[in-house]
Design a protein around this ligand. Structure first.
Ligand SMILES: Cc1cc2nc3c(=O)[nH]c(=O)nc-3n(C[C@H](O)[C@H](O)[C@H](O)COP(=O)(O)OP(=O)(O)OC[C@H]3O[C@@H](n4cnc5c(N)ncnc54)[C@H](O)[C@@H]3O)c2cc1C
Length: 362
């Protein structure tokens, strides 16, 4: 059986590993000159967003034999609003590294792949697809799905980020909801190590956002992060992304063509998490290609998760700074704190988003 995978990122490489486990050696085509050849950044995987799975990394390892080492467990999440600050404690999830770093998730996956990766592939996939029995589109965005009229875009975002030097606890990411600086958006800081972290701002690109000055927003957020962390952070590397699309395909598979990762709609519109779903879609496509399961059935819960996440996004966008302050301060109350920590924990399988969606949508 001849399988072509376009894109050697999280979903494409997970697909390749799973195919190889079942005796199929795919041909992998990657646009860049090596795996993860882009800026380094830190990302997170939070258990609450992976339900019904309790612990994403253990699940991938135990159930699918895909082994990934995080930077750290997250057991302390700091949440900042305009006038509030609170922390959530417990087994919240993990942080990990991406991009041009030997331990980035994509580099860890590529070391588990035996098939050849054809780098610097700059053709359209259609130019060679007729030579293959199955095509897996894993290019990390909705472009091909859009071209095939198979995609609904729900939101596009601008992001600007930097690597900063300072003193950090690797188990403690920070998130800021401050609509004065980032209307309808948010910012986060995820440490790579005790000395380096990634600080990123993200906000939706609605028509009114055209007048926003992203450099000014970044500067204000950087100053706020320095103030809240009580230290002078030093910027060492920067990146910027515009029109980062969150959307979802209509059909996860058309004929012999599979849409996986962000091509499928793995990126959640709520808070921009997409790693776990991307890896799952790659695995699921491989299982279908090997006639071990049906891709359409396997991705049904991911469609549901996406819709819950979209409800969360709309809800967050409807809040004011005062609402955000109230929510953040409430989570400082002892009983709320304990409850939130339990719900977020990877010891629980409670699907909070699923249960909240009907309330958020009102
Ligand atoms: C700044 C930022 C922060 C994020 N933070 C988080 C986070 O904290 N937690 C989380 O869960 N998610 C996060 N995400 C989302 C997450 O990174 C993505 O959902 C995930 O990487 C998507 O995986 P993928 O396999 O679809 O694409 P990728 O892993 O991006 O892989 C796509 C690959 O395809 C290649 N490619 C592109 N076009 C072509 C082509 N035409 N032909 C061949 N190859 C091609 C690319 O070079 C790349 O190697 C973040 C995203 C960004 C941008």
């Amino acid at each position: 059986m001849k399988v072509a995978i376009f894109g050697a990122g999280l979903s494409g490489l997970s697909c390749a590993i799973t195919l190889e486990k079942h005796g199929v050696n795919p041909s992998i085509f990657e646009k860049r000159s090596c795996v993860g050849d882009r800026f380094v950044n830190a990302e997170a995987m939070f258990s609450i967003l992976e339900r019904p799975v309790k612990d994403g990394l253990s699940y991938l390892s135990e159930v699918y034999g895909i082994h990934l080492e995080p930077i750290s467990e997250t057991n302390h999440l700091m949440i900042h609003s305009l006038n509030g600050e609170s922390s959530v404690e417990g087994k919240i999830g993990y942080t990990n590294i991406r991009g041009r770093h030997e331990n980035s998730f994509e580099n860890q996956l590529s070391r588990q792949v035996k098939s050849k990766i054809n780098f610097n592939f700059l053709k359209e996939y259609t130019e060679i697809s007729k030579d293959f029995d199955s095509i897996v589109l894993a290019t990390g965005d909705g472009d091909y799905s859009i071209k095939l009229n198979n995609y609904r875009c729900d939101i596009t975002c601008s992001l600007k980020g930097a690597t900063v030097e300072g003193t950090f606890l690797t188990s403690e990411p920070h998130v800021w909801f401050n609509y004065d600086i980032l209307p309808k958006g948010y910012a986060w800081l995820i440490p790579y190590s005790q000395k380096e972290a990634n600080l990123v701002i993200a906000f939706p690109e609605y028509p009114q956002a055209e007048i926003y000055d992203i450099d000014k927003m970044w500067k204000l957020m950087f100053d706020l992060a320095c103030r809240d962390l009580r230290q002078s952070l030093k910027i060492t590397d920067r990146f910027q992304i515009i029109h980062y699309i969150a959307g979802i395909c209509e059909s996860p598979k058309i004929g012999n063509t599979y849409f996986v990762g962000n091509c499928f709609g793995a990126l959640s519109p709520g808070l921009g998490f997409g790693q776990f779903s991307s890896i799952l879609t790659g695995i699921y496509a491989a299982l279908d290609i090997c006639n071990l399961a049906h891709y359409d059935d396997l991705v049904k819960p991911l469609f549901e998760n996406y819709n819950h996440s979209l409800a969360l996004r709309r809800f967050l966008e409807g809040l004011s700074n005062d609402d955000l302050d109230r929510i953040v301060k409430r989570s400082n109350l002892k009983f709320a704190d304990t409850l939130i920590s339990r719900l977020l924990s990877s010891d629980s399988s409670f699907d909070l988003l699923k249960w909240l969606t009907p309330l958020l949508s009102k």
